[in-house]
Design a protein around this ligand. Structure first.
Ligand code: G6P
Length: 369
């Protein structure tokens, strides 16, 4: 097992560090040389096949569900199709409004999660076209779906998903650009900008992984906190959900993510002196609003780590610690922002002496309902 860890102490940290490579492999051969389109040779749908699609369901569990929440932003904003995201175990039991004009996208690292598989079967039974984003070739979900996009992240061993999530985001982003291309909802210049942004991600992820000391120190300092809150708006909120899940899963710290604008509708009551708050502030269009939420928690003496884009000069004035991610397209920020959150969870779990790769009560693949 030590050999398989390749010199790393745990699979999780090895997999976190594999992200630049995993992201690169997921994109390999799929970005047109002139950056004007996404190439999915594996997809056999024609423009006509998708012409009547008027709704997309994204269905998944756990971390893959969080990738689906980001996917909703991508598909709605880039391809202009209404999207519902559902937890697989909920979708199955609520008579979903699915028909032959619905495209169902299931996301699953293992391709074996039984609720996700059952939801996929249900969507098919109702007549939907189906597609899976999965990491495991020939898995049950890959075999059941009409079409498959593989994430090519390589085997993920640690129970807490890391490189599977970032490659799911890359895949769903490419899929949204692909659908946008088919539907003609994006100017070619925008597609080119996004694809150029995608190309930069592996190097940017690598850059983020070069200096982990500030996160490690913070994790050591606050690793024994009882509660940690994650806040953000828009895509930052989607990433906050994943950051909170990572921390819960492996460090057993109670962690919650809130849409920053919702704070004052309840959670603010829990923010007291010394409570750590991780505030994500990478989205330009809601930046000022997020800053005012940060001020709200600071006014209650929370300890705030702000995560912002490189070049942001304001954030540092309102928070206790800052982490900067390389500047990228707003749609691509989640793929980078999640990395410091994965590291935070990892180092908090190590500080607390937890079994990082095999957290209590959890399984890598849930094949029971
Ligand atoms: C389990 C794992 C999670 C994972 C979820 C969905 O709960 O512990 O890390 O996100 O299943 O798994 P899947 O293989 O369908 O992505």
């Amino acid at each position: 097992e030590a050999a398989e860890k390749g010199g790393y102490e745990h699979f999780m940290i090895k997999e976190i560090y594999e992200q630049p490579k995993a992201i690169r492999e997921t994109m390999s051969g799929r970005l047109a040389k002139d950056d004007s389109s996404i190439i999915f040779d594996e997809l056999k749908w024609t423009k006509d096949d998708l012409a009547n699609i008027n709704k997309i369901f994204i269905i998944a569990c756990g971390t893959a569900y969080h990738a689906g929440i980001v996917g909703k932003y991508y598909l709605e904003q880039l391809a202009r199709v209404p999207v519902e995201v559902d937890i697989a175990s909920e979708f199955r039991y609520r008579s979903p409004l699915v028909d032959e004009n619905t495209l169902t996208l299931v996301i699953s690292q293992s391709g074996e999660t039984s609720d996700t598989l059952a939801a996929l079967k249900e969507a098919k039974r109702l007549g939907a076209r189906t597609i899976a984003i999965t990491n495991v070739v020939g898995s049950s979900i890959a075999r059941e779906a009409d079409q498959v996009i593989y994430t090519w992240a390589g085997p993920e061993i640690a129970v807490a998903s890391t490189k599977a999530y970032t490659t799911q985001l890359v895949s769903v982003c490419m899929f949204a650009i692909y659908i946008a291309g088919m539907r003609g909802t994006l100017p070619v210049e925008t597609i080119k900008t996004l694809i150029r942004g995608l190309r930069e991600l592996p190097a940017q992820a690598h850059e983020l992984l070069e200096d982990v000391e500030p996160i490690k120190t913070f994790a050591q300092q606050y690793g024994f906190a009882e509660d940690v809150f994650f806040i953000g708006r828009s895509l930052d909120y989607a990433v906050a959900l994943e950051g909170a899940l990572k921390l819960k899963e492996i460090s057993y710290i109670h962690a919650e993510a809130y849409a920053a604008g919702e704070l004052k509708h309840g959670t603010l009551a829990l923010i007291v002196d010394g409570v750590p708050v991780i505030a994500l502030a990478t989205q330009h269009d809601v930046y000022e609003k997020t800053l005012s939420n940060i001020k709200e928690v600071k006014a209650r003496d929370a300890v705030v780590i702000g995560i912002g884009l490189k070049g942001d000069k304001q954030l540092v004035k309102y928070v206790d610690h800052t982490i900067y991610i390389p500047a990228t397209e707003k749609y691509l920020t989640p793929i980078l922002t999640v990395i410091p959150l994965q590291l935070l969870a990892y180092y908090a779990a190590v500080t607390r002496g937890c079994d990082v790769d095999k957290p209590r009560n959890l399984a890598k693949s849930v094949t029971v309902e």
